[in-house]
Write a protein that binds this ligand. Structure first.
Ligand SMILES: [Fe+2]
Ligand SMILES: [Fe+2]
Length: 470
């Protein structure tokens, strides 16, 4: 090495990547980098798949929404890794191949975890293992020659750490620990894969993989589940849209109905997760974009939650129902569900849709309501574009795509009477309880006409022709 070599005027050398001395040491060969990056790509793809597939059937709302978030983050890192691998002299890319059967089994096991507690402890196990493999890569690859990969992994690491923090707190809160036998199986299976990155020594005994939960083929569970704060799940006792579009009603009360509609949107991730889980073989961009929308819809639900808390309202007194996701998931094909979603979202774009909601929020003088509706509107514009890209293009034209969605929606006839007769709900009117709480918190007297609101969904088409959902 040249002694006393210094950069000009002692400026940081090598564009700030590392010291000259560090850069004089060799790094991993390119082929080895590609091999490991493909494994990281596979890990994020599987985590994305697992988290998505559990959104619907996870009862706990805080986890359901977190799964939507983290599945989206994983999808973004899959996208970034695919891009990077494609730059590394590597066609054919083989990005849909399984890097090692034991790595596949490792994620199959987590996907098949029978309880929430096992699932989150399995996710923590996987994230810890990926984190170690990332650290090895970042230490061993050349900081100058492989700077583009290092950059991709640094960003991925940031969000992987966020996920780890979340699931560590979650496992503590739930008292979740993997079953000791299962834990040993995960250790053994991962050893068989020679670690996440495939760089660990071959294990001594290589008998059959000690699968436990994944011995049976995995099937996606389309039935939505909710935690105990969600009650009376078939209730259709308060027609939120009829109130919202009634010109005689005050904007502040309409905000409560909008917050209800936002929080009720938790049914959209429950429904969309199934479209993703049950539609294999699409280009990766489909899964990335659909996952972005799943995450947006989970955020919309959380915006409703936040709005209610801000206004001093206990949202559990409203009825955050699952009628929509339950029925679509059990009565429509994935493509029909996508059609229904697109059909409804098209109805949100005209003057009476998202712009109107934003204007009502502004008029209410409730600042958080305006913030919520402002961004909700923007998200819906994006969703309309996602629908045009991935749903409409499967049809000859926009009209055919809309007609397919409309026909699927029409199939879902109103169950207002059936669920009442079956004793599943009495369609109780929850509105006065919500409205009175908001009035009490703001120190205002209830408007008697608003308090008396009692219009239900009885006799309405289940679809409300595009004003119901989301
Ligand atoms: Fe939404
Ligand atoms: Fe949407």
């Amino acid at each position: 090495m040249l002694p006393d070599y210094t950069p000009y005027k002692n400026l940081p050398p090598l564009a700030g990547l590392c010291s000259i001395e560090e850069a004089t040491k060799p790094g991993l060969p390119l082929d080895e980098c590609v091999r490991r990056l493909k494994r990281f790509h596979y890990c994020f793809k599987r985590l994305h798949e697992i988290l998505t597939a559990r959104i619907t059937s996870e009862p706990i709302y805080e986890l359901k929404t977190a799964f939507a978030h983290h599945a989206y983050l994983c999808a973004e890192h899959v996208t970034a890794l695919r891009q990077r691998i494609s730059e590394m002299r590597e066609p054919p890319l083989g990005l849909e191949d399984v890097p090692h059967p034991a790595l596949e089994a490792f994620f199959d096991e987590i996907r098949a975890a029978p309880t929430t507690e096992e699932l989150v402890s399995g996710i923590v196990f996987a994230i810890d293992a990926i984190d170690l493999a990332f650290a090895d890569y970042l230490n061993q690859t050349h900081p100058l020659t492989d700077a583009p990969s290092k950059r991709v992994l640094r960003f991925a690491n940031l969000e992987l750490d966020d996920m780890r923090s979340f699931y560590q707190v979650a496992t503590d809160a739930l008292g979740a620990k993997p079953h000791p036998d299962w834990y040993l199986s995960l250790v053994a299976i991962l050893a068989e894969a020679r670690g996440i990155d495939g760089s660990k020594p071959e294990p001594e005994s290589s008998g059959p993989l000690p699968r436990q939960y994944s011995r049976c083929p995995f099937t996606y569970d389309p039935i939505p589940k909710r935690d105990e704060r969600f009650t009376d799940l078939w209730n259709q006792g308060v027609n939120a849209e009829a109130f919202l579009y009634d010109e005689t009603k005050p904007a502040r009360a309409k905000v409560l109905m909008m917050l209800f509609k936002r929080l009720r949107e938790i049914d959209v991730p429950e429904m969309m997760a199934g479209i993703i889980a049950q539609t294999p073989g699409k280009p990766w961009g489909y899964y990335r974009d659909m996952s972005r929308q799943v995450w947006d819809e989970a955020r919309h639900a959380m915006m409703g939650e936040v709005g209610f808390v801000a206004l001093g309202v206990d949202w559990t007194k409203a009825r955050i129902t699952w009628n929509w996701s339950y029925r679509l998931n059990t009565e429509c094909s994935p493509l029909e569900r996508h059609g229904v979603l697109f059909f409804i979202e098209q109805g949100l774009m005209p003057r009476t849709g998202k712009r109107y909601e934003y204007e009502v929020a502004n008029e209410s003088g409730i600042p958080i309501a305006a913030t919520i509706q402002d961004f909700d509107w923007a998200d819906e514009v994006l969703h309309s574009q996602i629908g045009r890209e991935w749903y409409v293009k499967q049809f000859d034209n926009l009209q055919a795509a809309l007609a397919f969605g409309d026909a699927a929606w029409t199939k879902i006839t109103s169950n207002w009477t059936t669920v009442k007769e079956q004793g599943l709900t009495q369609h109780a009117n929850w509105w006065p309880a919500i409205y009175q709480q908001a009035c009490a918190a703001s120190g205002t007297a209830p408007d008697q006409a608003v308090l008396a609101y009692a219009e239900t969904y009885e006799g309405k088409r289940a679809d409300m022709k595009g004003v119901v959902g989301e």
